[in-house]
Design a protein around this ligand. Structure first.
Ligand code: PXP
Length: 262
């Protein structure tokens, strides 16, 4: 299983004081030492964590594949074309959201995506679409000729958290606080099945399948066991744990979780 480490949250900490510490670039040598498969960053339209300079420096100095997440906004597409990361993962983006909620609406933006995917193809940049685990969307993504899809695991992670922690907070994708453990177990199984079916369909079509969002040391095993999923992109849980364990140990422990699951 390939692991992409998302380092946005290092930049988040820097932005809390608008200083230059911690510098996300410093993470690169640790990622390299841990032999992760790529560094993932999200250049958000509001630049709330990663900045343009970070992106260009990371592409220049990472010496590993760079996976840039960005929205379909024209400015973002132009920057991505200039920065030339290895891969661009197109994600939906709303300014008021805390993190990426839900997958890309491939149906609605099909025409725009056709144009954008063509531009990236011509520039030699791989494209991935961050999508909900839905068969119709998987097929539409394939029609766009992209190399990768990344399945949104947020719903699964939300249900898992509601079931396994006493933090019965309202999660983004599961609104009701009244659900019994029994009902949550049914919903968890259902969300896993959706991911398995979507991964299977995508693989059958010849797409490479990644997954991510909300994955942590506890909930990752079920996802890592899905045969057709080749890569996981994980950020928040690794960076959070690195405060206590250090980044190298946080990555290594996640890699151990991924190894034991197949
Ligand atoms: N994959 C994509 C496409 C994302 O947008 C994010 C969040 O930036 C992640 C993976 C990582 O999610 P998390 O920080 O919850 O591990």
């Amino acid at each position: 299983m390939l692991l992409g480490v998302n380092i946005d949250h290092i930049a988040f900490l820097r932005e809390a004081r608008r200083t230059n510490d911690p510098n996300p670039l410093e993470a690169l040598c640790i990622l390299k030492k841990c032999a992760v498969s790529q560094v993932t960053i999200h250049l958000r339209e509001d630049r709330r964590h990663i900045h343009d300079e970070d992106l260009f420096e990371i592409v220049k100095t990472a010496y590993m594949p760079v996976n840039l997440e960005c929205s379909l906004n024209d400015e973002m597409i132009d920057i991505a074309l200039k920065a030339k990361p290895t891969r661009v993962t197109l994600v939906p983006e709303k300014r008021e959201e805390v993190t990426t909620e839900g997958g890309l609406d491939v149906k609605r933006y099909f025409d725009k995506l056709t144009l954008v995917c063509k531009k990236f193809k011509e520039a030699g940049i791989d494209v991935s679409l961050f999508i909900d685990p839905n068969l119709e969307i998987v097929n539409l993504s394939n029609d766009l000729g992209v190399k990768w899809i990344e399945l949104h695991t947020g719903k699964y992670a939300d249900i898992y958290a509601m079931l396994n922690t006493n933090l019965r907070q309202t999660h983004n994708s599961v609104k009701s606080l009244e659900l019994s453990s029994e009902k949550l177990n049914v919903l968890l199984e259902k969300s896993l099945k959706e991911l398995i079916r979507a991964a299977h369909e995508a693989h059958k079509l010849g797409l490479l399948v990644a997954a991510g969002h909300g994955l942590n040391y506890y909930n990752v095993k079920n996802i890592a066991e899905i045969e057709e999923i080749k890569e996981l992109n994980i950020g928040q849980s690794i960076i959070a744990r690195s405060l206590f364990w250090g980044l190298e140990e946080a990555i290594t422990k996640m890699q151990e979780q991924l190894k034991t699951s197949r």
